[in-house]
Design a protein around this ligand. Sequence first.
Ligand code: 5MM
Length: 341
Amino acid sequence: MNLEQLNRIATAMVQPGKGILAADESSSTIKKRFDAIGVESTPENRRDYRELLFRSTDAMRNYISGVILYDETIRQSAKDGTPLVKLIEQAGSIPGIKVDTGAKPLPFCPGETVTEGLDGLRERLKEYYGLGARFAKWRAVIDIGRDIPSYTCIKANAHALARYAALCQEADIVPIVEPEVLMDGDHDIDRCAVVTEWVLKEVYQELYYNRVVLEGTVLKPNMVIAGKKCAKQASVEEVAEKTIMVLKRCVPAAVPGIAFLSGGQSDEEATAHLNAMNRIGGFPWKMTFSYGRALQAAPQKAWSGKPENVSAAQAAFSHRAKMNGLATLGQWKPELEKRAA
Ligand code: 5MM
């Protein structure tokens, strides 16, 4: 394990002003996104769409530190034959790879899942390193509902995340550790705080027992936020304060940075929350974004599968990337959205 390299990559991934583009939708997820804009999900269309993102020079050069890819994408080339990984590198951004194989039902735990993908991971990581990946991602999913999450679910997912992270570091690949507490339910923000704290405590305990070196990791958590169906939604300030409170209780200062997922928040909410946290400050890690939907919803809509819309889609992507880049510095303002519109 080359700790110096791991720390250098992790630090570059969370550098101020930039964040991570999560473009690692599995085939079933990207199909859902394409269905919504009336585009058939073929390998060519997926390639064209992702090529459009990676050729968005303004966004990629100035605001995107790294891109999480799916297995298909890391092997694909652009229309002119340039490997997509090269496009990312040429823009000064770091290629990464999703290595979990998805969340599967957890036996005797109704409604809960455990993320799989450890079998053969050592060999896959070696191949991905050869293909250019310098960081990886594994997403555990924790749902909040009546009688869930169970300790069984939290423990199983935390253990798998730590086994994955150790294998990554052995292969000189920075692990993004993503324990996502979903915001799908009707729970309030305080319940989300309690569950997120429990999950993060277990995750850091398992990382310790699995000998993961925190300086060579990045955490990708949910924000502490009320469930989408909760009648009482929290203010931007409350989300920012409670997220910082929970993270301070759980995440050691040795972790270089925290890159949030957007989890179903609107584009602007995800930006406003990140901005509010960075304005408050006073924490030991960099705080940035690793958004999927909150970065891609606008460009997907603008593109809608039409070649003549590529520039408009790239402009939409650049705008969201810039807004989130400003939020990492606490310099975003709602007026900036209006001016662009
Ligand atoms: C881009 O979506 C990622 C892949 O999801 P599936 O494995 O379900 O296809 C997802 O893991 C993503 O990286 C995170 O959830 C963050 O994305 P959001 O949209 O929550 O910001």
